[in-house]
Design a protein around this ligand. Structure first.
Ligand SMILES: [Zn+2]
Length: 73
């Protein structure tokens, strides 16, 4: 197991701003948030708390069976 310093892991790279959700340092990978969780929380607010799934925005892991989720049918 290798432990990478935050500064060497691209997925942990900070934007230099605070997370729009919780105020922790936001990561480039999830900007303007610090994590997928904060992003989802904010998205939930925009949707008025209703979890609307339509199309490809939220892929059910059991749904595609390994098919490229970006592939249109
Ligand atoms: Zn956050």
């Amino acid at each position: 197991m290798t432990i990478m310093p935050d500064s060497l892991d691209p997925s942990r790279k900070t934007t230099g701003r605070a997370c729009a959700q919780c105020g922790q340092p936001a990561l480039v990978a999830f900007r303007p948030f610090c994590s997928a969780r904060c992003r989802d929380i904010d998205l939930g607010k925009w949707l008025g708390g209703a979890y609307v799934v339509r199309g490809r925005s939220a892929v059910d892991p059991d749904d595609t069976g390994g098919v490229d989720p970006d592939e249109e049918r």
